[in-house]
Ligand binder design. Structure first.
Ligand SMILES: [Mn+2]
Length: 225
């Protein structure tokens, strides 16, 4: 449910917002900042699949790129659960697969954690897809570990909630240096307290958005090289 990573002493740790089947565009964004797969790591807020043309490549990104780490977004969840909503929300690529292939993708995506913790010089940074319940990272961790109905509720908030950004709630999250999330598209990154909303629509079909790559050590957007 929660995956923890030690500090990256060799290279950079970057985070990216929703990808939605645009891995080709993502790779171009990585190239633009000189991403080095030998030492750098990329942390994704999830929603890897649906809408764009490359959803089918999600298995390669998750399984064959040891520097790529993602949490499970609501679109991964809809894929895993074969949700009725999925087809209408960009899931046509999945509906067209054989049931054997569908099972393979579902297993791969179900293995993604709900939250990621990354150690940095200035403290631990958390990654979730949408938002976290309450304003305390420890509550999230304890709730997910406890399981049961409370964990189900917390999972749903992590994957679907827009409460914080809808209410422009700047109270932030205690017990963690910063929280990175996506799910709600924004023109440029929105920082509410220590919560960073970085889905700048790099996946938008009309190309009006871009992928923001946030450096987890500096909490600044990584400049192009
Ligand atoms: Mn989402």
């Amino acid at each position: 449910m929660i995956k923890r990573f030690g500090r990256n002493t060799a290279g950079r740790d970057l985070a990216v917002g929703d990808i939605h089947g645009h891995f080709t565009r993502l790779q171009a964004a990585l190239d633009a900042v000189g991403f080095d797969p030998a030492v750098d790591r990329l942390f994704s807020v999830g929603d890897l699949v649906d809408r764009g043309p490359d959803s089918i490549d999600v298995d390669c990104w998750v399984l064959r790129r040891p520097w790529f780490h993602a949490v499970r977004g609501n679109h991964e969840q809809m894929t895993i659960e074969r949700s009725d909503m999925h087809f209408l929300n960009g899931g046509a690529w999945f509906c067209g697969l054989s049931s054997v292939d569908q099972d393979c993708y579902a297993v791969i995506l179900a293995d993604l954690p709900l939250a990621i913790e990354i150690e940095t010089l200035s403290g631990v940074v958390g990654v979730v897809h949408a938002d976290i319940p309450r304003d305390d990272w420890a509550f999230l961790v304890a709730g997910l570990k406890a399981g049961g109905p409370e964990a189900v509720h917390i999972e749903a908030m992590c994957q679907w909630s827009r409460r914080r950004i809808d209410q422009f709630d700047e109270s932030g999250v205690s017990g963690i240096r910063a929280v990175i999330c996506g799910h709600t598209p924004v023109r440029s990154p929105v920082v509410l307290g220590n919560v960073y909303h970085i889905d700048t629509g790099g996946w938008l079909p009309d190309g009006s958005g871009h992928f923001t790559l946030l450096n987890l050590e500096t909490l600044e957007v990584e400049p192009h090289k």
